[in-house]
Design a protein around this ligand. Structure first.
Ligand SMILES: *Cc1c(COP(=O)(O)O)cnc(C)c1O
Length: 373
C-alpha cells in the first residue's frame, strides 16, 4: 500500500500547492526550546483577547453544543446587515474569512481561468487559486525603495494583468504581510475600470485598526459595483481567531452563488453567538484600535532606533527589514521565548513580520532585538 503514489493521483493544482505557513504555537515553542513565559507576536491576534461580552455569550451557549448550529446564521446575519446597512441576503458567513476566499475560488475559477493578485499579498489568494486548478497571475508590487508605500499593491500593475481569462482580482486593504494600504478613492477608480467579467475581492481583515479614513469602507460601495466582494473577519480586532468566523458582503446574486458551495454548518454555534456579542461591544474595538496605534508607534520608533527599516502599516503588525536574514533573527528570538513571523515564504528573506502586542510585550521584543543586533 505504501508504494501508492498519492501525488500522481492528486489533481494538478493540489499537487503543486505549498501549504499555508502558520505562526508557531506557544506550546510548541515551550516544548522545543525549554523556555517558559514566552510571547507570540506572530499571528496578528489581539493582545487584549476577546470582548468579555463575547466570552459570556460563549459560556451561556455551552449547554447547547449538542444541537446543530443555525445553518443560516440568522441572528448574526441580521446584526451584520444592520451594521453595514445591507440586506441579510448580501452576506455569506465563513469559517473564518479564509473560508469565503475559498468559496470565491470554487465559484469563479477553474482550469483555463486566471486570478490576479499582487506580489507579497496574503498567502491564501494563490492557494485558493491553485487548489481549483486556475492560474495565478502575479502583479509586481511597488518597489522596496518606493517613497510612500514600499512593497504595496500597485493598482496599475494589477490592472495591466487583467485579461479575457481573468475572473478574480484579490486586493487586501490593508495588506498582510506588508501592512501597506491603498487609498479608497483609488480602489474605487480601479473598480470602475474593471471589465464586467472580473470579480474584485477587497479583503478588509484589518480595517478596524486603520486610523486613517483614506482607506474608505468598501462595504459602502456595493451598490455601485456589482462585481465587488468585501471580506471581513472576527479573527483580528474582534479577538476571536480561535472560533473561526468571517464573512463576505456582496450583491445578493453573488452571495447566492457563494452560499451554494458553503457547507451548511460551516460556522459553529459558539462562533455564531460570540461574533454577534462581539459586534455589540464596539467599545472593545475602540480600545483595541487605540492600543494598537500606540503599539505601532512604539514598535516603529523602537525599531528605527535600532537601525531597522519599517514598512508603513495600517494594520496590527509591522514588516521590518534587517541587514541579515529573518530566519537567523527568528531563531535568536525563539531562544528568548519570542515568536514572530519570518516572511521568506513570501520572498521577503531579510524581513520579519511582528504583531503589535501589549506595551510590555513590544518592549520585550525591542529589548531582545537590541541584544541580538
Ligand atoms: C488574517 C487574515 C484573514 C482572515 O483570516 P480568518 O481567520 O480566516 O478570518 C484574511 N485576510 C487577510 C489579509 C488576513 O491577514
Amino acid at each position: 500500500m505504501d508504494s501508492l503514489d498519492y501525488s500522481e493521483l492528486a489533481v494538478p493544482g493540489v499537487r503543486e500547492l505549498r501549504p499555508y505557513t502558520p505562526g508557531k504555537p506557544i506550546d510548541e515553542l515551550e516544548r522545543e526550546y525549554g523556555v517558559t513565559d514566552s510571547i507570540k507576536l506572530a499571528s496578528n491576534e489581539n493582545p487584549l483577547g476577546a470582548s468579555p461580552d463575547a466570552l459570556a455569550a460563549v459560556r451561556a451557549a455551552l449547554d447547547d453544543v449538542w444541537l446543530y448550529p443555525d445553518a443560516n446564521g440568522f441572528h448574526l446575519k441580521s446584526a451584520l446587515a444592520e451594521k453595514h446597512g445591507v440586506a441579510s441576503d448580501c452576506i455569506t458567513l465563513g469559517n473564518g474569512s479564509n473560508d469565503v476566499l475559498v468559496f470565491l475560488a470554487q465559484v469563479f475559477l477553474q482550469p483555463g481561468l486566471q486570478s490576479v493578485f499582487s506580489q507579497y499579498c496574503f498567502a491564501v489568494y494563490p492557494i485558493a487559486t491553485q487548489m481549483v486548478g486556475a492560474e495565478p497571475v502575479v502583479a509586481p508590487a511597488l518597489p522596496e525603495d518606493h517613497a510612500a508605500m514600499p512593497l504595496g499593491h500597485d493598482l496599475r500593475a494589477l490592472f495591466e494583468r487583467v485579461g479575457p481569462d481573468t475572473r478574480v482580482v484579490w486586493i487586501a486593504n490593508p495588506n498582510n504581510p506588508t501592512g501597506t494600504w491603498l487609498d479608497g478613492q483609488r480602489v474605487q477608480d480601479f473598480l470602475a475600470s474593471l471589465p464586467g467579467h472580473v470579480i474584485c475581492v477587497v479583503d478588509e481583515a484589518y480595517t478596524e485598526y486603520a486610523e486613517s479614513d483614506a482607506l474608505g469602507d468598501a462595504s459602502t460601495w456595493l451598490e455601485r459595483f456589482p462585481n465587488l466582494v468585501v471580506t471581513r473577519t472576527f479573527s483580528k480586532a474582534y479577538g476571536l481567531a480561535g472560533l473561526r468566523v468571517g464573512y463576505a458582503l456582496s450583491n445578493p446574486g453573488l452571495a447566492d452563488l457563494l452560499n451554494r458551495v458553503r457547507p451548511a454548518f460551516n460556522v459553529n454555534s459558539l462562533a455564531l453567538v460570540a461574533a454577534r456579542a462581539a459586534l455589540g461591544d464596539q467599545a472593545f474595538i475602540e480600545r483595541s484600535r487605540r492600543m494598537n496605534s500606540a503599539g505601532l508607534e512604539q514598535l516603529r520608533t523602537g525599531l528605527e532606533r535600532l537601525g531597522v527599516a519599517v514598512i508603513p502599516s495600517a494594520a496590527n503588525f509591522v514588516l521590518a527589514r534587517f541587514d541579515r536574514t529573518g530566519a537567523e533573527l527568528d531563531e535568536a528570538l525563539l531562544e528568548r521565548g519570542i515568536i514572530v513571523r519570518p516572511t521568506a515564504n513570501y520572498g521577503l528573506v531579510n524581513y520579519l513580520r511582528i504583531t503589535v502586542g501589549t506595551e510590555a510585550q513590544n518592549r520585550r521584543l525591542l529589548n531582545a532585538l537590541a541584544e541580538i543586533l
